[in-house]
Design a protein around this ligand. Structure first.
Ligand SMILES: NC(=O)c1ccc[n+]([C@@H]2O[C@H](COP(=O)([O-])OP(=O)(O)OC[C@H]3O[C@@H](n4cnc5c(N)ncnc54)[C@H](O)[C@@H]3O)[C@@H](O)[C@H]2O)c1
Length: 319
């Protein structure tokens, strides 16, 4: 079986590619290696995939190249992870989100629809679609009509676009709402990296909403396990949406303590107000994915954060 992973040089794409290759899948991947964050990190991940996956530099906004790739490779499954991520960046750079997350996603749907053998599409949505919902934990049946960032709005739009294509063309489309993923080979724009960088450089950590935040932190191996189960399941409906989180909502201040312990430092904190576009809390119900494919996240932050910290020290040359 052949899987096409978009955003393969990204944090989650890299881990997913390794796992699918280990399970005997033929893995093809594309990435545009954009400079939203350190391109060297993306190149280093891609280099580690040599021999495991065939990686090409292609943009999902380039419909002609994408169509040619679908014709040539005829994948059984498409795992769409390519996106412009980041809640805060969507406030300053809205049009990148329009381009990659809306137009690029439409290109993926069109290529799937017109493929000689229509592939199963599994794509990344996000916990951010829940906006400022206060009913916890977040369940897939909750209303998600009040996004508080353009990033969240594009992810919700992806779910609606996928629904239309499933309805009109009988394609199977499964959306996974990821909840704050972390681990080795992590993104430098996300909280744990920013905290680790500040801690190791003796700078104060910017702690938003005065630390009064909670996040469902999900270790990347658990996320990949959920992706693999979803991709390999034969019994899923034509269209569905699942949360994929850890089912533990952690206090930000506890997360900072665990990270400081793992790095062996005493952090300095700079307490700041809430950032526009951010939400105070996320908490995933994972019951639906558990029932559908047996998903069961295993990793607590006390187990997972030291894995991130060890990788971070080594990769950033601070060991
Ligand atoms: N990491 C998280 O906590 C998290 C949470 C919720 C949702 N998600 C979603 O999961 C997916 C993967 O996230 P990630 O953390 O691995 O991010 P990432 O930025 O590390 O990976 C995305 C990859 O897509 C590539 N890309 C961007 N635009 C592209 C384009 N136009 N064409 C081809 N490639 C392009 C990037 O170069 C990058 O390598 C994204 O869709 C993201 O929105 C992630």
């Amino acid at each position: 079986m052949k899987i096409l992973i978009t955003g393969i040089a990204g944090f989650i794409g890299f881990h997913a590619a390794k796992e699918f290759a280990a399970r005997g899948w033929k893995v093809i991947g594309i990435d545009n290696f954009c400079d939203y964050y350190d391109v060297k990190l993306k190149r280093d991940r891609a280099a580690l995939l040599e021999g495991l996956a065939s990686v090409r530099e292609t943009d999902i906004c380039d419909i002609a190249s994408l169509k040619a790739l679908f014709d040539e490779e005829s994948p059984d499954v498409v795992l769409n992870l390519a996106a412009q991520p980041g809640v805060r960046y969507s406030i300053s750079h809205p049009f990148v989100y329009q381009k990659t997350n809306l137009e690029g996603f439409l290109n993926i749907l069109e290529c799937c629809r017109h493929a000689a053998k229509i592939p199963k599409l599994v794509y990344a949505s996000s916990s951010s679609v829940y906006g400022g919902n206060v009913k916890m934990p977040f369940e897939e049946s909750d209303p998600v009509d009040n996004p508080v960032s353009l990033y969240a709005a594009t992810k919700k739009a992806n779910e609606l676009m996928a629904h239309t294509y499933s309805h009109l063309y009988g394609m199977q489309t499964i959306g996974l709402r990821f909840f704050t993923v972390y681990g080795a080979w992590y993104r430098p724009d996300m909280a744990l990296s920013l905290f680790a960088d500040a801690m190791l450089n003796d700078r104060p950590l910017k702690v938003f909403n005065n630390g009064n935040m909670k996040r469902d932190f999900t270790f990347v191996d658990d996320i990949v396990d959920g992706i693999v189960r979803t991709v390999e399941a034969a019994n899923l409906p034509r269209y569905d949406i699942f949360n994929i989180g850890n089912h533990r909502s952690e206090r930000l201040m506890d997360v900072i303590d665990v990270l400081a312990d793992a790095l062996g430092v005493k952090p300095k904190l700079e307490m700041l107000p809430m950032q526009p576009g951010d939400v105070p809390a996320t908490f995933a119900s994972v019951e639906k994915l558990h029932k559908a494919v047996g998903y069961e996240p295993k990793t607590t932050i006390r187990e997972g954060i030291p894995v991130f910290a060890e990788w971070y020290r080594k990769y950033r040359g601070r060991d």
